[in-house]
Write a protein that binds this ligand. Structure first.
Ligand code: GLN
Length: 333
């Protein structure tokens, strides 16, 4: 009976495995070599502390669902997680209040607008966006359970740490810098309050959101965090269950829809996997049932997605056979 249950569940899982470790590492090295000298894109400077990043930094890491991590280049260099925090905080909220309640309160449709759009809120009949753009992400942060701001912040810090498998800490300089330049996010939070679409105090919530964006991670951390979403919510390195299986399925669906902002359609066309970018140059991509990939390279395209991250992820998704939409005729022999 128990065996039958397992077999049934296996049928619900995206099938196949990552290629063997040596092949993964060889392809990662080739992608790093191919794109390390690309000079397209610009390092973000609207948060002043981010402008100090070197445009040369470039790291790639992959963590399989068996827990093996492979890394090349600047994969251990730390940077502020920024928007890559959004799917993981969304996952924690889904786990706490249920996926349907989270969808009803936050929305799940792509906006087709830039990440910090105000008009996206106005255009939606329900004044909801999705958890992966700033408006929906601030609303998501407001739903994190906790009696006060400190408890909600600690729930986020410790929750994201469980995804990464180590204690994450805040970059104080980035936090201070972003706190002094986040007028637009505060404006979005107050706009949402006018529509009852934020579920805690707008000023306090923007502060917690700014702290969340300032947590330090590496490409290696992002690979492990992504692999946790690929592994039904269990961190494959620590073995700890972080969120439920149903939560992962829904988070990955919203990531596929909106993880790369207004470029999400192009991303899915090229890569065929759910992924999320952040303005400091981090990117996480998830291959359900197989593993997670983290990349870091600060120069961004006009939509705010890492140029080298996009190029390397596109090649690796293809070389490692990860595209979710790939098929071949059934062998009916
Ligand atoms: N903290 C950033 C902001 O809110 C995150 C945006 C991003 O990474 N795209 O503006």
């Amino acid at each position: 009976m128990e065996g039958d249950g397992l077999a049934n569940r296996r049928r619900l899982v995206s099938t196949g495995d990552l290629p063997v470790g040596d092949v993964v590492e060889e392809q990662m090295r080739a992608a790093h070599e191919r794109y390390r000298d690309v000079t397209d894109g610009r390092v973000a400077d609207y948060i002043p502390a981010l402008s100090c990043a070197s445009p040369d930094w470039f790291g790639i890491a992959i963590c399989g669902v068996a827990g093996a991590v492979r890394a090349v280049g600047d994969a251990d260099r730390e940077f502020s997680i920024q928007s890559v925090s959004k799917p993981f905080v969304f996952a924690l909220v889904c786990d706490a209040i249920g996926v349907e309640e989270a969808r009803a309160r936050l929305g799940a449709n792509g906006t087709g607008q830039p990440f910090d759009s105000v008009i996206a809120v106005e255009l939606d009949p329900d004044k909801a966006t999705n958890p992966l753009v700033n408006a929906g992400a601030v609303a998501t942060t407001s739903l994190v359970p906790g009696a006060d701001v400190d408890e909600r912040w600690e729930a986020i810090r410790s929750g994201l740490s469980r995804f990464a498998g180590r204690e994450l800490v805040i970059d104080d300089e980035v936090y201070r810098s972003e706190s002094g330049s986040n007028q637009r996010n505060r404006g979005i939070a107050h706009l949402l309050a006018g529509y009852d679409r934020i579920y805690a105090d707008p000023e306090e919530t923007t502060d917690v959101y700014t702290r969340q964006c300032s947590l330090l991670v590496s490409a290696r951390d992002l690979a492990v965090m992504g692999a946790t979403l690929a592994d039904g919510g269990v961190n494959p390195v620590t073995g700890e269950r972080v969120v439920g299986e149903d939560v992962c399925t829904k988070v990955l669906a919203v990531l596929a829809t909106a993880g790369m902002y207004e470029r999400s359609g192009d991303w899915l066309f090229d890569v065929g996997l759910p992924g999320k970018s952040g303005v400091s140059g981090g990117m996480v991509t998830i291959s359900p049932g197989k593993g997670g990939m983290g990349t870091f390279s600060p120069p961004l395209d006009e939509a705010g997605n890492s140029v080298r991250g996009r190029l390397a992820t596109t090649d690796l998704a293809h070389a490692l056979g990860l595209n979710l939409f790939a098929s071949a005729p059934a062998d009916t022999g």
